[in-house]
Design a protein around this ligand. Sequence first.
Ligand code: HEM
Length: 271
Amino acid sequence: MYTSIPYKIKVSYDRLHNLLDKIIDQRLKRRASGSCWTGDFLDVLLDHTEERGPDKLDHLDVNLLLMDLFIGGTDTTTTTMEWAMAELLHNPAILAKVKQELSVEIGSEKDVQEQDLSRLPYLEAVIKETMRLHTTAPLLLPHRAEADVQICGYTIPKHTQILVNAWSISRDTNYWDEPTKFKPERFLNSEIDFRGKDFAFIPFSAGRRICPGLNLGVRMVSLILANLVHKFEWKLPNAVEPKEMDMKDKFGITLQKAEPLVAFPVTRASC
Ligand code: HEM
């Protein structure tokens, strides 16, 4: 099944596959013993294995679906988080604005909660700008034409593999002013969103195959970033100046930082 992928990745996939098998088996035993239905995602999927009809899944379907979510949801969110933190440390004036927003809206005593996120427009702009400048999946995922199509005078034959360069789109000077600069302000008082209707900004893709984890991903990244900034001061190692930080990227399915970010958290009280 995974014959065309590198050996190291295959081993990780196999381990994840086995781990998920164990979790599914445990849950099946619990369900068979009559323990209560938790209503979580796994229970809902397993309910579909007991159905008859076109929606019926088997245990392999459940395993592979969960694997898809693990694979789709891990590198993407951690890479976005790392870039967002790196940009904030690289741009102290922007970091100060995020802190200011958090201090006014949340106050120093409280943690940031999910329901607070709608009151943090500057944080949201920082996350959008991170996804624009460091497009998490630069070529999205490969697609394939189901039929011959004509686009702008070009013929795309049926079965052609299509890669959409979302990275280059989000740096196109026809749509973006000073595209290589990190400027969250460009998203303030702007309608541009990443939900697939603005084709100049498609970090989650668009259309039927748009990332199904969009809402979860954005919430996770926003909540974690907000609390990291709100609860800690951050120091760079070896007295590196923010402007000297290495901000180069390394091409891959996800666009990682070439040099992993290293920074030390210091709790507010001990600063
Ligand atoms: C910042 C976070 C994330 C980003 C930037 C992101 C981005 C993307 C992109 C660009 C695609 C390819 C869409 C396409 O062109 O076909 C994709 C697909 C996918 N994502 Fe995400 N994603 C994120 C978080 C998540 C999370 C948290 C999950 C699940 C828990 C997830 C699950 C998936 C799955 C299952 C697919 C494949 C969908 C399909 O094949 O139709 N993603 N994501």
